[in-house]
Write a protein that binds this ligand. Sequence first.
Ligand SMILES: Cc1cc2nc3c(=O)[nH]c(=O)nc-3n(C[C@H](O)[C@H](O)[C@H](O)COP(=O)(O)OP(=O)(O)OC[C@H]3O[C@@H](n4cnc5c(N)ncnc54)[C@H](O)[C@@H]3O)c2cc1C
Length: 393
Amino acid sequence: MQISNAIIVGAGIAGLSMAKALEKLDIEVLLLEKTQRFKSIGGGITLYPHGAKAIDCLGLLDQARSISHELVNYNLFSDNKLLLKDNLLQFKYQTGFSLFSFSRDQLVELFANSLKRDSVRLGVEVLEVGNEESRAWVRTSKNELLKADIVILADGINSKFFSDIVLNKVSAKKYCGYSFWGGFLTGADCIPVSDKSTMVTLGKDKLSFILTLPNKKQWWYLIAKISEESWIGADKIKLAKEVFSNWCKNTKHILSMTEDAFAFGLPCFQNKFVNKWHQGRVVGIGDSVHGMGPVAGQGANTAMLDALVLAKSLVSESNFSSALNKFSEARNDIISQLYIMEEKSAASKMHSDDDFVRERNQKLGSSKIINLLEPVMPVITAHKDVFDFFYEL
Ligand SMILES: Cc1cc2nc3c(=O)[nH]c(=O)nc-3n(C[C@H](O)[C@H](O)[C@H](O)COP(=O)(O)OP(=O)(O)OC[C@H]3O[C@@H](n4cnc5c(N)ncnc54)[C@H](O)[C@@H]3O)c2cc1C
């Protein structure tokens, strides 16, 4: 199919990777971002082998390696007790790619710097989106009406356009039932771990992640089941201190840090799973369609895969309708599996029932990381045709 140009709304990881994938196919891109600079909510991000492979397909893996930390050891604790210690490089042996830990800002910057200069406009908010006979259009805060062969919504979990246009004014957003805090530790403030491990700690209704970044830096997340109302008027650090007081030693360490160590504290939202991804020539990708909770750490990986699959469909199919149908069909099954995985992962990691926790810990204690992550393997190994297509370009 002949496609000459695309407008992308939103320059998060979904929009940036979409722009890069289309540029690789010589399609003219206009990426519109409402903020004045590239920004990304959250401190760190983990990419799984499929995310790393997507970056490789986009020609950015070597640069990505230089700003990330390859995750080698995985340590799982229950409170202060070590349940499981294993080696994550097994994934590399099985899939060819490791897991990597990034600072979000650097990952976003990597994508942004790789795009053609005139592909991106910052400080331009899209105010309206629509379809016409054989084009789609956007109206911007600069009072322009811009048209293209396709408009791709990558405007995140609060996407108004996805609800209005694709879902016919139905909002699919809901509170996950838990909230999270995150930030960075640097230099001597880092938690002393000799082997630069990933540390996941499970507790009653709460959990924490600590991961290493290059240059003596670590990023952390604390996640806890609390009500959405707890946030009303709350001071994020005070709330963290209340929720995580007297917990494991790593958390005590984080809570003892200055305010600078806390990048954010937020209630956590997800979108209900929908299998409709487009209307006419307006299509959603990333969190705008399938914002999911952060516990299984799949949103950014998924957004990049959306971008590759959509880009390939757009040039391989004979018309827009079949390209967009093909795209959503290809992604629906994987995304529905991810929703189930995310919910199971959050439910089992944050539990309040003592018997459940005892049994879970016993099982975890006799497991291997490769078995625990078995449910994610179909997601990691899907879309071989798409990866092959990009490698052959
Ligand atoms: C705490 C936390 C931890 C996470 N950890 C992981 C992890 O380890 N691994 C992982 O894979 N995923 C993780 N995720 C998920 C991941 O961050 C997202 O799924 C991913 O970044 C995709 O985001 P996006 O680009 O779709 O949306 P966003 O990042 O929200 O980007 C949307 C962009 O659109 C812009 N925009 C919105 N409206 C308009 C408009 N009208 N006009 C112009 N621009 C507009 C916004 O300003 C924004 O820049 C985590 C998420 C959170 C919150």
